[in-house]
Ligand binder design. Structure first.
Ligand SMILES: Cc1cc2nc3c(=O)[nH]c(=O)nc-3n(C[C@H](O)[C@H](O)[C@H](O)COP(=O)(O)OP(=O)(O)OC[C@H]3O[C@@H](n4cnc5c(N)ncnc54)[C@H](O)[C@@H]3O)c2cc1C
Length: 386
């Protein structure tokens, strides 16, 4: 059946949900969001990302996106009554070297210039906030109090519900977009594999399908220089020292051990540990499985585990219970790919982290409706590649 829309959003992860939320909020009628999987437990990274919200980085661009995104995450209605979806715990970055600790001063300056608070910490102050850390292994830390942890799927669901409640946005699950239709350099619609809505005519399409974007974009003649990469995340068996604080899912700040490219957060009585401390594991965009996850490869995690045991002595009492190699999108310069492609009406909102999800959606909605993204997006503009 053919439908008409003003905007089709492809992908209902945190970015697609946010684009729809902000379009609806700005009064745009006729927004249709199509996702090839389930809406609540999507096939994408949003479904399994541990939710580290970073509101302060050395990049002014990302700091602006992060702090603005936090404002919405802070206000969204709960997707599931009684289930917390934003843990306002802060983020503690940990330095094992003096050079790293000094680099925090530069990040602080970026924050200060934008009114985003942070505090430098001694090893003892750091261990007060993260009691599992061995202070003798570190030089110091930095607290970003506005950072924290979000339940990414719940936040996406909440944005979908608010958008749907306006009556301006419709969401379809199990609806894979198989083609983007272009005529004379302009987008004119999409085709899908769902017979209920197999053709949508529309003047604007937004690619929010992240690691799957290069393939679909190529069908419209657009080169999308974004590559899927694997990223490991494991859960430990219960940590005895967390037993007394296990009632809430997260009570400790998110923590990054920056010199070894590893981070961790609490999951009730377990720890979740994410590692970039391995060889890059890139995935061919033309060979992505149905879900953005691959089986855990323990040998890539062995060294990370040994390094973490030095920082967290309690790990000697536990083991890796389960793990997975998640997947998300990387670009050559780490910036997302945002804006209107050389095909008129075909927009891109890919390569963005969940930390920046809300504001990326707002930037896109403003850009599409007012012709102005509302902030300087030069570093992330799709046209840097075309
Ligand atoms: C293990 C792990 C840890 C992470 N930790 C953090 C973190 O701490 N902080 C942070 O900021 N970021 C983190 N990230 C990154 C973050 O999760 C992603 O950047 C973010 O979720 C991307 O959201 P998205 O909506 O762009 O993409 P996705 O969530 O991947 O959504 C894309 C959607 O598009 C749909 N789709 C694909 N193709 C089609 C099609 N043809 N038709 C219809 N629908 C389609 C998919 O079903 C999917 O639902 C992490 C990622 C992983 C994997």
């Amino acid at each position: 059946m053919t439908r008409q829309a003003n905007v089709v959003v492809i992908g209902a992860g945190i970015i697609g949900s946010s684009v729809a939320y902000h379009l609806a909020d700005m009064g745009v009628e006729g927004v249709i969001v199509l996702d090839k999987g389930s809406l609540a437990d999507s096939d994408g990274s949003t479904s399994h990302a541990p939710g580290g919200l970073r509101t302060l980085t050395v990049s002014k661009f990302f700091t602006k996106l992060g702090i603005a995104s936090r404002q919405l995450y802070d206000q969204l209605p709960l997707a599931e009554p009684g289930q917390e979806q934003f843990f306002r715990t802060g983020l503690v970055q940990v330095a094992s070297t003096a050079e790293r600790f000094n680099s925090y001063k530069r990040i602080q300056e970026v924050g200060a210039s934008l009114g985003v608070a942070s505090d430098l910490l001694s090893p003892e102050q750091t261990a007060e906030l993260i009691p599992l850390l061995d202070p003798s292994q570190i030089v110091g830390g930095m607290l970003s109090p506005t950072s924290g942890v979000i339940k990414t799927s719940l936040v996406a669901t909440s944005m979908q519900r608010v958008a749907a409640a306006t009556g301006r946005a419709l969401f379809y699950d199990d609806t894979e977009v198989t083609d983007v239709l272009v005529d004379n350099g302009r987008v004119i619609g999409v085709r899908t594999a769902n017979p209920e809505i197999d053709h949508v005519e529309c003047p604007q399409v937004v690619l929010c399908n992240n690691i799957w974007a290069p393939v679909l974009a190529s069908k419209a003649g657009i080169n999308m220089p974004l590559f899927p990469g694997e990223h490991q995340y494991i859960f430990t068996t219960p940590v005895p020292a967390l037993a007394s604080r296990a009632e809430r899912e997260v009570t400790m700040p998110l923590c990054t051990v920056d010199d070894i490219s590893i981070y961790f957060r609490q999951h009730h009585e377990r720890l979740g540990i994410g590692s970039y401390h391995h060889e890059a594991r890139l995935v061919d965009p033309w060979a992505i499985p149905e879900r953005a996850q691959l089986p855990f490869t323990p040998r890539d995690f062995d060294e990370a585990w040994d390094l973490m045991r030095k920082h967290l002595p309690d790990l000697d009492q536990v083991e890796v219970e389960s793990g997975f190699n998640g997947m998300f999108a990387f670009t050559a310069d780490h910036y997302p790919i945002l804006g209107e492609s050389p095909v008129k009406g075909l927009w891109s909102a890919v390569g963005a982290w969940l930390s920046y999800g809300s504001e990326v959606g707002k930037v896109m909605a403003r850009w599409m409706t007012e012709g102005d993204p509302g902030m300087d997006v030069t570093v992330a503009d799709i046209n840097r590649f075309h």
